[in-house]
Design a protein around this ligand. Structure first.
Ligand code: SF4
Length: 374
């Protein structure tokens, strides 16, 4: 029997596993702390477990995160890992250091089936869902890498830690609900990463039934990829809108916030020149979200070759933001980070494909990769 990957297990699943190998349930808590809290990479390191148990674990289980294909750090400190998830698929994980926080952006699927017209991941199509181990494995791997860098003093991240996690990389997290939920639980578990639920943000393009489930199961902070103020425009930008149109989506947002009082929804809005950035669109938006506690995050579009779309000018983005702010809506404009290593938010398929061909020449295989724009 092939060894199970313990990164696939949240606390409850780990308890079942230790029972299945004839151990007492409390061993699960010890294991959880070793793996995620103390960052053990092998069972050998787990010094307060009996040698016989460590041997049993080495026989039946493993700790496996996706292999790192590439690790690059931008001039601004943003660090990006390209990770191999098998069958010629790769995903990206990005660490963004800021003065008061360190944010890790992780992927939940290889590719994405939603096919938003402004997103390079969507253009790549859907390959497969990631497992829980591949999702939490990105956090586990990044913690190790950042700790190692701190120890060696490399890459200027010595005083940085991961304080926030955003599920905004490749994929629609709520289309992979069953694997994402245990990963979220691990992020929040005090014996694992112990992050507060407001420091974990899941970004969705509007999977309404799963938004309701999440509100019940694990109400982390929610970001919704809105991108348009009316159904006609959103149908063309986010095809999922045909299934869950705006009024249905906004009703789900209201329910979500009701389930987690004092919270708000972050609406993501990619700024597309001449498409969704007119003053009239801002006015429509203000009316649309009138009774939803929310803030807006405007994302300057990063053009990619086949998109046929352009980024709104800085003046237009600022004017759009001003309209929303004047209506009392907290509005931020996302700062572009990691440009020099293609770690800026999404839409870099062209560049990435070029690099993939490079790796193809070097390693004799192709690994398609693209970034999303939640
Ligand atoms: S924006 Fe998000 S949901 Fe839309 S295609 Fe890209 S990854 Fe998928």
């Amino acid at each position: 029997m092939s060894p199970v990957n313990l990164l696939d297990f949240d606390a409850a699943a780990l308890e079942k596993f230790v029972e299945s190998i004839g151990e007492k349930p409390f061993r699960a808590k010890q294991l959880l702390r070793w793996i995620h809290h103390r960052g053990a990479r092998s069972f050998e390191e787990m010094s307060d477990l009996a040698k016989s148990l460590r041997a049993k674990l080495a026989d039946a289980a493993q700790l496996a995160s996706p292999a790192v294909l590439n690790d690059s750090t931008s001039d601004d400190g943003t660090r990006k890992w390209l990770l191999d998830v098998g069958q010629r698929n790769a995903i990206e994980t990005v660490f963004i250091p800021e003065d008061d926080r360190g944010t890790l952006c992780i992927s939940t699927q290889a590719g994405c089936a939603v096919n938003c017209s402004f997103c390079s991941t969507g253009k790549q199509g859907f390959n497969r869902n990631l497992t829980t181990g591949e999702i939490i494995g990105q956090l586990w791997m990044a913690e190790h890498a950042l700790r190692d860098s701190a120890r060696t003093g490399a890459s200027g991240v010595s005083d940085r830690v991961i304080s926030n996690v955003v599920l905004m990389g490749m994929g629609e997290p709520l289309q992979n609900y069953d694997a994402v939920l245990p990963a979220l639980r691990l992020m929040l578990d005090d014996n694992a990463y112990g992050l507060s639920r407001r420091r974990v943000t899941l970004s969705t393009s509007g999977m309404v039934p799963q938004m309701d489930r999440l509100a019940e199961d694990c109400p982390v902070a929610l970001a919704v990829s809105l991108h348009a103020p009316n159904d006609t425009l959103r149908d063309s930008l986010v095809p999922l809108n045909r299934k869950y149109p705006l009024q249905t989506l906004l009703a789900a947002c209201r329910r979500y916030v009701r389930a987690a009082p004092r919270d708000f929804i972050t609406f993501e809005y990619v700024m597309l020149d001449g498409v969704n950035d007119h003053d009239a669109h801002a006015k429509e938006l203000i009316a649309l979200v009138d009774d939803v506690p929310c803030k807006f995050n405007l994302i300057p579009f990063n053009p990619f070759p086949q998109s046929g779309l352009r980024r709104s000018s800085s003046e237009r983005i600022r004017a759009f933001a001003q309209h929303l702010s004047d209506a009392g809506i907290v509005t931020t404009i996302r700062r572009t980070r990691g440009d020099d290593i293609d770690a800026a938010c999404g839409q870099l398929a062209g560049d990435i494909r070029d690099r993939t061909r490079l790796s193809e020449r070097r390693a004799g295989k192709t690994i398609p990769i693209a970034a999303s724009v939640h």
